[in-house]
Every structure is written in C-alpha cells, then in structure tokens.
Design a protein around this ligand. Structure first.
Ligand code: NI
Length: 391
C-alpha cells in the first residue's frame, strides 16, 4: 500500500470535510451535531460506530477490522472547538460564534481521510484499527471519560497528533521525550479588611497582599525549582476592589502551572499554598489556595519503539527531510491520559506558512492552516497504523 499516493487521491475528501467541520464548530462537552456528522461520515465508509452518550460523552469510535488477525492500534482525533469569535474571513468561516481555533476540525478530517484509505485497503491490515473521535479535549474531560468508557480495551498502542502553528508546513514532528506539559488551574482567595482609601491604618489592603503573593509566586519558579526543570507559573486573572477611594477588603486571582516533572505534581500545590498563606500572614491578612487541579498530565514520548515506527512512517511517505525537530511545548494535551494506560505516541503536523498568511497561533481568532499538510497528517495516521500492525 502506498499511502502517499492514496492520500493524494483522498486529499479533496479531506479538505472538503475539514471545511465542513470548520463551519459548524461546537464547544467542549456540547459536540452533538459534530458527533452526528462524524457518525454519518463513518457509516458512509461502511463502518459500525459506537457512541458514548450513556457515560455523558459525545464523540464516537469505530473499528476497522483488517483481513488478517493481529493487534489493535488506536488513532485518536479530538473534535471540540473554542469560545473564540472567528476573524479569518475564510469562505468557510464558522457560522455560529465559536471557532475551531485549535485546528481540531483538521484532526477530524485527517482521521476521516486515514479511515477512508484504511477501509479501502483493509484486506492488507494485520489486525484492527480503532478510530477514536474524542470530545472535550480543551476541558480535559474527554480522554478520561473515554478511557473510563473502555475505548482502550484491547488496544496495544495509540497514536495522536496535533496540527500546530509553531511548526512550519508541511513538516511533521515526531521525537522522543517531553512534548507537552502537564497543566494545572488554581484559584486563590484573600481576606483583608476594607476601609476608606485615606486611612490605610484602619484596614488590611487585599490588593497589596494579592500583589505581594503574585510576585512571591515567581520565586517558586526561580528559587525553589532547578533551572534545568521547565516550570511555568502564570496568573491570568485578578479581581479586587470596588472604587478608587476604597481599600479592598477581598481579592482573588487565578492562574496556571505547567511542568513535566512528576515531583512537581505534588510539590506545586504545596508550595503555592505555602507562599499564599504565609505572604498573607506577613501582612496580617489571610489567604488560601481555594482550588488546585491538574487538568492534564504531561505528554512524554517515552516508547522508543513507537517513536521509531512513527519516524520511519514519515520517512517512508515523504522522505527524511519531511521530519523536523520542534522544541518542547508548555501547552497541555489530554492525550497524555491514554499514554498512562497503553503505549502511545504523539506527533505534530506543521501548519505555519508565512507565504500564505498562516502565521497566527493555535487559539488565535485568525488561526488557519496550510491545507497542504492535511493529506500528510492523514497519511501518517494510516501508515503508522499499518506499520504498527505489520510489526
Ligand atoms: Ni488542541
């Protein structure tokens, strides 16, 4: 099977599906119509589809059973969109106020393209390919819900990829080691004492306390953490005060932590809590880390055999020059949860192309991809599945 040629023939189908799904994005945990359309597309390929509404999740899976017995490999695409108001000006722009600003429309269509190629050549497959169209990646709900529902039952390995603006089109990145970080969301609440702006001595200024806490949190990164360990603590939202001449009695803020370190999964909430409580105490205020939640664990390509199959698949398809290195990303991906259960590999498909104006990052209201890469992404899905099963 020459998946490069097959992908060439499948390209118009892939682009057609991408543009369709791009027009009708749906937010995480609301992917009703997206799921219905994917089911229709899979049934048109003659596949039997399984849904998961009984466990409160949209999305679906389908198995392509090969002509010869063998292992089972899963290919995963996420299908949810973002609450971003599209400004691409594309002919096929979103029609409903949210947007496939992370490119999951491309993931759906690349996996459909791969499915089409694999179905048409299933007699040559040694085993089963499970297609996973997963909902709610952006909220970290989808992968755990799907795993709980049993989508990995019988699966020997899983491959997923993200279309990514940091990487030039039409390169593919598959490399071992840290790929995407674990991601936490945290909230802090501060209790001071409100008073008139002219008499600070009569109150405890929650805004000053909050400012001190936010500054001190950075010392956790710079002073408590090894400079060799990637760690990010960012505060993205603060809320305090009611008026220019009133000292705020309450304040709250929220932020995120990114890391690859397993130790940090336990250490970060403890350290943040310590800094929050003790900084507040130094000012005579009280404060607490009111919530801290790891949304995803890190994506680490640590199965060398799968890395090799993935890299060889790309080389076979488009030559060694099609593979490009890419630095570790501090963004998060709930694909990591699959990798906790079965050997997994995560790749990136480059979508950045300044010549055609594809310069905006994932999640930007003008994010768009160089569609040239979609056939490559689909071919890599198919080749990886075929080669893993042929091993
Ligand atoms: Ni994404």
């Amino acid at each position: 099977m020459n998946f490069r040629e097959l992908a060439e023939k499948t390209e118009s189908y892939i682009i057609d599906r991408r543009r369709y799904y791009h027009q009708y994005p749906e937010l995480s945990e609301q992917e009703v119509n997206t799921t219905a359309s994917i089911i229709k597309d899979l049934e048109a390929l003659g596949l039997e589809v399984k849904t998961y509404e009984s466990v409160g999740a949209y999305g679906c899976t389908a198995d392509i059973v090969g002509g010869k017995p063998g292992k089972t490999v899963a290919l995963r695409a996420d299908i949810d969109a973002l609450p971003v108001c599209e400004e691409t000006g594309l002919e096929f722009a979103s029609t409903n106020g949210c947007m496939h600003a992370c490119g999951h429309d491309c993931h759906i269509s690349m996996l459909l393209g791969a499915a089409k190629m694999l179905v048409e050549n299933k007699e040559n497959l040694n085993g089963t390919v499970r297609l996973i169209f997963q909902p709610a990646e952006e909220t970290g709900f989808g992968a755990p819900a799907f795993i709980k529902a049993g989508v990995l039952d019988g699966v020997d390995a899983i491959y997923g990829a993200h279309i990514w603006n940091v990487l030039e089109a039409p390169y593919v990145n598959i490399e071992s080691g840290n790929r995407m970080a674990s991601t936490a969301e945290f909230h802090v609440e501060i209790e001071g004492l409100s008073t008139h702006g002219s008499s600070p001595e009569a109150g405890i200024d929650a805004i000053v306390v909050m400012s001190a806490i936010i500054m001190n949190l950075q010392t956790f990164v710079s002073r408590n953490n090894s400079p060799l360990n990637p760690l990010v603590v960012s505060v993205g939202k603060v809320e305090a005060g009611s008026r220019w001449n009133v000292i705020a009695g309450k304040a709250k803020f929220e932020g995120t932590v990114r890391t690859f370190s397993k130790d940090m999964l336990e250490e970060a909430p403890k350290a943040i809590s310590r800094i929050v409580e003790n900084t507040a105490a130094a000012y005579g205020a009280t404060a607490k880390l009111s919530s801290f939640r790891w949304l995803v664990i890190p994506v680490i390509n640590d199965d060398e055999k799968l890395v090799k199959i993935g890299q060889e698949a790309v080389k076979k398809l488009y030559g060694e020059e099609a593979l490009a290195p890419m630095i570790t990303q501090m963004g998060g991906e709930d694909f990591s949860f699959y990798m906790q259960h079965v050997p997994g590999l995560f790749g990136f498909i480059g979508s950045h192309n300044p010549e055609t104006g594809k310069i905006y990052s994932n999640h930007h209201e003008k994010y768009d991809v160089d569609e040239e890469v979609l056939k490559r992404g689909a071919a890599v899905y198919a080749q990886f599945a075929h080669d893993f099963l042929a091993e």
